[in-house]
Write a protein that binds this ligand. Sequence first.
Ligand code: COA
Length: 324
Amino acid sequence: MRARITATGSYLPEKILTNFDLEKMVDTSDEWIRQRTGIEIRHIAEDEPTSELAAKAALDILKNSSLSASDVELIIVATVTPDQPLPATALFVQERIGAYNAFAFDINAACSGFIYALSIANAYILSGFVKNAIVIGAETLSKITDWTDRSTCVIFGDGAAGVLLEATDGDRGILSMVLHSDGRYTDLMRVPAPGSRIPCSKEAIENRDIYIKMKGNETFKMAIRSIASVSKEALDIAGMDFKDVDWMICHQANKRIIDGVARRVGLDEDKAIITIDRHANTAAASIPLAMDWALKTGKIKEGDIVLLNSFGASLTWSASVVRW
Ligand code: COA
């Protein structure tokens, strides 16, 4: 038995922020952002919380599937921007879509969140615990972005997307899954407050501790190597090589990282799905957003070998091989 992705769905908030808009906010330029990151625009959630984005993605998934909301057994939302500390964002999604027979919870593995969540749903399905699961990556990173810090505010965006994973007897589905983390690097990317270390206070706000802090260049250097090596691990487990890969869906953090990974492993650049130009970095949402786009535009076809890989705060990295 395997777990197979049988439907995808996505939602992007209406408001678009261009590089030219950012030129008016911080000392940056469209040219610098395009050249250093590949980003042209990003979507920004205004009045919608993360659960609303996630619920709209879930409704799109259900529309593209043969299941109704009452058939769903599990909902996992991967996010670093939950609606509130508790309850879990996944419960707001459950309520909004009316999937009352499911159980629901959130996970946080930053930009690796989608693959981590997919691995949990995969394990539950393989063990027979559930027959299906909706797995969503959803973020409103604009809410934890320091809009006065040019080194971070140009790279993030908001959005949500996900998949329906179902038990299947065929040979299509998830072939391998590899997850890594290293707690020695928690200072590379973090949002220090509010939390149990630094509770909500006037001082935390004044110190701008409530926003993303990132050592971008150090993170960049580790990303290419880590994504390449975890991808090889996942392909080895599946008994495959990079030459077997039809499509690579990498976490969309920086176009130069994706190009660097492709070069390092000898993968044709055309096989890398690119959506960073119009979505920017949406953390846990970036891989399912790219996947949904690649399916809806007819790139990924039945039987294709799809390599998913990610790198995120801090540090998490992961890969999965899927036969579509
Ligand atoms: N506009 C113009 N100049 C900028 C800028 C901006 N938005 N942001 C930084 N700069 C400047 C810096 O001040 C620096 O100037 P200096 O040389 O005069 O000191 C110069 O550009 C280079 O800065 P650096 O931080 O080395 O740039 P970079 O090439 O590493 O690009 C990132 C920055 C953030 C785009 C890149 O490091 C990155 O993508 N990192 C990985 C992010 C990531 O994967 N995160 C984890 C997963 S989400």
